[in-house]
Design a binder for this molecule. Structure first.
Ligand SMILES: [Zn+2]
Length: 454
């Protein structure tokens, strides 16, 4: 074991299975060992963390829309990864759509890698996409290093990433099973979606939008994915789950041994439809934020493990596409910006429901790392893992001021909210990348692809 060049120690260090006083020994990029608080070899740099702060694995966010190349004016690698660093996120996985080209071919993936190269302040991996007719691209994309594949069961919002139907999935899923690749699914089907029936209602009323995307659209989609997952043995995952009605079948499918997991997002666990002001389109996302009663059922499912993880689904757009002036919920772009705020938002809500720091680490670090095949090097503080850490104070509060966010666009429904938990420092592979207000000057994130040896 090489001698450490850096030791970080604190009174509250989150190691697998414990939170205790400990020292973390780091050599270069890697944690070489963890030891007692006083176990500090001579001749290495020592960072002492104050007693109130927690030292935790850097967050992994497996659901981020960066949109570069092609729609960089929506969000780009430089701005998104700076926001990630400021939020304690040391690994993020970029979604295969909204960029042009989308990541549905190897050529598209190469363009994405070329665009991202040299710009990233944190480590970045990539999802590929399943779209009608690209089954022959899946194996080469997977060997080039995408972590898995995403599909939509309903219009994705952009025409260059068309949705699939059951028929398309019957073609793609045997190939995904053969590859051992996970399929992540935007689980709403078009049948129950009702836009035309509500045309006469006010489009600026949140209730109008909510009625247009009922729980049934999600419930039917989850049923379909469970059925196909069982039939083809594909590892499947439901993204941004919102409908509490589908939780019992999700739980039953897991208990029956079907290889299925699910995520939800901070906004579904924080806001409630009843409280969203008319015209406040910064709250629009699909599936929608539902009622307070639905939110509490989602929390129960997160607590009991039916929902495995909480990821941001950071999905920004230029502010004018949110149509704030007309407040038209039906026509506005759907997507919520929260990459930088995931830790304090989730902690604020989790703490008042009695959840623990260990729960937080499972939802924000370990489970997403596992989903994307990085559980051997990300999401835990342990020997042999990348030395990715976030140091944060769970007792301090702050008020969200949109203009302090590093996201390219500042519009967010969290503006003005008081949150619990302040990120103080972030380390990426043994190097400090964020220190309060300051960022390191040069982006040092790597692109996590097989081809790069990462
Ligand atoms: Zn998304």
């Amino acid at each position: 074991m090489p001698a450490p060049n850096l030791v970080i120690r604190g009174q509250q260090v989150v190691l697998p299975g414990s939170i205790s006083p400990a020292s973390i020994h780091i050599s270069g990029n890697i944690v070489t060992s963890t030891g007692s608080f006083d176990d500090v070899p001579a001749d290495c740099e020592l960072i002492d963390v104050n007693d109130e702060s927690i030292v935790m694995p850097g967050l992994v966010d497996s659901h981020v829309h960066i949109n570069e190349p092609g729609r960089t004016e929506w969000e780009g690698f430089a701005t998104a990864t700076r926001a990630a660093a400021a939020g304690g996120v040391t690994t993020l996985i970029d979604m295969p759509l909204n960029s042009i080209p989308p990541t549905t071919t190897v050529a598209g993936f190469k363009e994405k890698l070329a665009a991202a190269g040299g710009q990233c302040f944190v480590d970045v991996g990539f999802w590929g996409g399943v779209v009608p007719g690209n089954t022959s691209e899946l194996a080469p994309l997977f060997s080039a290093g995408v972590v898995g594949f995403k599909c939509f069961l309903i219009h994705s919002g952009v025409d260059e990433f068309p949705n699939v139907t059951e028929e398309h999935l019957r073609e793609a899923m045997p190939e995904l099973t053969r590859l051992g690749a996970v399929l992540i699914v935007h689980a709403e089907v078009p049948g129950p979606i009702n836009i035309t029936g509500i045309r006469n209602d006010s489009p600026a009323a949140y209730a109008t939008f909510l009625a247009s995307r009922p729980r049934a659209a999600e419930n039917e989609a989850v049923d379909l994915i469970i059925k196909l997952g069982q039939e083809f043995g594909t590892r499947v995952h439901i993204v941004h789950h919102s409908s509490a009605d589908a939780l019992p079948v999700l739980g039953e499918a897991k208990a029956a041994g079907i290889k299925i997991t699910a995520e939800t997002c901070p906004h579904y666990l924080t806001f409630a439809a009843e409280e969203i002001p008319d015209g406040a389109t910064e709250f629009k996302c699909c599936p929608p934020i539902r009622e307070a009663e639905n939110r509490e059922l989602l929390w129960s499912a997160v607590a009991d493990g039916t929902i495995d993880m909480i990821v941001s689904d950071h999905s920004p757009c230029p502010p004018d596409m949110k149509l704030r002036e007309s407040g038209d919920f039906l026509a506005a772009w759907g997507g919520i910006s929260s990459l930088q705020l995931r830790l304090p938002v989730v902690w604020t809500e989790a703490r008042r429901r009695g959840s623990s720091i260990e729960d937080l680490v499972r939802w924000l670090c370990t489970a997403p790392a596992s989903l994307v095949g990085l559980a051997h090097r990300k999401g835990s503080i342990a020997a042999g893992f990348d030395a990715d850490l976030v140091i944060w104070n769970p007792e301090r509060q702050f008020k969200v001021e949109a203009n302090t966010l590093q996201h390219r666009h500042k519009l967010t429904p969290y503006n003005g909210r008081v949150l619990q938990g302040v990120v103080e420092k972030a380390f990426l592979r043994g190097r400090k990348i964020y220190d309060g207000e300051e960022f390191i000057a040069k982006p040092q994130g790597v692109l996590l692809t097989h081809a790069s040896g990462e």
